[in-house]
Design a protein. Structure first.
Length: 102
């Protein structure tokens, strides 16, 4: 009977240890979930801010920009928008095409 009691005590200690580990893991999962949500919100905010100064131009003939898209747009935009003459030259920081070539 003592052997059975000892085995039962050992099983209860193991079960208690597993329950403690499970509780710790649950708390860690909750913490990581909150952190993940915070980081996702921060990512959305940063992506939104990065788009604030972007222009999207559609239906430009493919290849019209040649090898220097920035230079092409610096000349083409003022002309297309009837902004000539400009006090200061237009400065394009970055420009690129999106999508596959047809």
């Amino acid at each position: 009977m003592t052997e059975c009691t000892e085995r039962m005590d050992e099983a209860e200690m193991r079960l208690s240890s597993v329950e403690d580990q499970q509780s710790d893991m649950k708390a860690e999962v909750e913490r990581l979930g909150k952190r993940n949500k915070h980081l996702e919100e921060k990512l959305v905010d940063l992506e939104t801010r990065s788009r604030l100064n972007n222009l999207r131009l559609v239906n430009l003939p493919e290849g019209a920009e040649g090898s220097d898209t920035c230079a092409f747009l610096e000349g083409w935009l003022p002309e297309a928008l009837d902004l000539i003459p400009l006090r200061h030259p237009l400065a394009i920081e970055r420009a690129h095409r999106i999508g596959p070539k047809r």
